[in-house]
Design a protein around this ligand. Structure first.
Ligand SMILES: Nc1ncnc(-c2cnn(Cc3cccc(F)c3)c2)c1Cl
Length: 295
């Protein structure tokens, strides 16, 4: 948290500030696991994920405009000068949008809440899926599984496309969000698969400019907004290892941590070697996807 800036909102990992008529989206080095924000931070995580978002925005610019004005601290307004070093690489100055109150989720693989509904009803957000799918199954055609944002601390509520159209009161917008979400995700899934990373699913947020133009907002296609799986360890029929969070999960669920995920106690701090190994995974994901060395 940066005192002295006009703080608007905080998520588990990121903070939002008002700067003039624009917004500053700042990514911390915090990491969450088992629905807890851990006390241990991962050095440079916020910078790596911000730079990854910026790279994706560039890869997707022909499909959809985005909300970013700049992520270069030297181009930030003068009032941010005192915070330059703290913000360098981890902040995006963005246009303030009228946000669409829907989490636009695309799934290219079945897992998590999508799998749970499928196992019960053979559907995902009310849409029938082929029979015989298991945890981690690849969906030939990615699916749009929107959710309505939940209160702090609760999980988003999956809704059918029809419910979303009704609750936003704008069926035409709902249809555009579905098409855009699936087109952007499909492009990203193809790019990532070619570089050994499976983007199992992702969550987009959209907003509208004063003129009504629909714009891709928030962060995009990071390991915090998406499930990243290493392609060479993909085995449908079981839980897939997380590209970035598996070391943390394994240590926290090992006897070494002395912690029980079923207890209501917060997880203990991570050993330095788990912190460093996790940092290395963020660096590896960034470098594999962008082809650029993280500095
Ligand atoms: N360009 C925009 N215009 C208007 N609103 C937003 C906006 C609002 N909320 N969020 C999600 C969020 C919540 C907490 C901390 C975060 F860093 C981000 C994004 C954006 Cl990105």
């Amino acid at each position: 948290m940066i005192t002295g800036l006009n703080h608007l909102a905080s998520g588990k990992i990121r903070d939002l500030y008002a700067v003039g008529g624009d917004l500053l989206l700042v990514a911390s080095d915090r990491i969450s696991a088992y629905d807890y924000v851990l006390e241990s931070e991962i050095p440079d995580k916020g910078r790596i994920l911000t730079q990854l978002s910026m790279w994706w925005f560039g890869q997707l610019a022909d499909l959809v405009p985005n909300h970013v004005l700049t992520a270069d601290v030297d181009e930030f307004p003068a009032e941010l000068a005192p915070y330059k070093d703290e913000l360098r690489g981890r902040a995006m100055l963005c246009r303030r949008l009228a946000m669409v109150p829907v989490e636009c989720v695309a799934r290219g693989y079945l897992t998590g809440s999508g799998l749970a509904e499928y196992e019960k009803n053979g559907t995902a957000n009310g849409v029938p899926l082929p029979a015989g799918l298991v945890d981690g199954s690849r969906l030939d055609r990615p699916i749009f599984t929107p959710a309505m944002k939940a209160e702090v601390g609760a999980h988003d509520e999956n809704v059918t496309f029809e419910e979303m159209a009704e609750r936003t009161g704008d069926p035409e917008l709902a249809a555009r969000l579905k098409d855009l979400t699936l087109a952007v995700y499909s492009r990203a899934r193809d790019i990532a698969e070619g570089r050994g990373i499976l983007l199992a699913d992702t969550k987009f947020e959209f907003g509208r400019l004063p003129g009504g133009t629909l714009v891709l907002a928030d962060e995009v296609l990071t390991p915090d907004s998406s499930r990243f799986w290493p392609a060479d360890q993909w085995h449908p029929g079981r839980a897939q290892p997380s590209f970035d969070k598996q070391y943390v999960r394994d240590w926290l669920t090992s006897p070494a941590s002395g912690w029980d995920p079923r207890s209501d106690t917060p997880p203990p701090a991570l050993p330095e070697e788990v912190v460093q190994a996790t940092r290395a995974r963020y660096v590896e994901a960034y470098e594999r996807l962008t082809g650029v060395k993280f500095v």
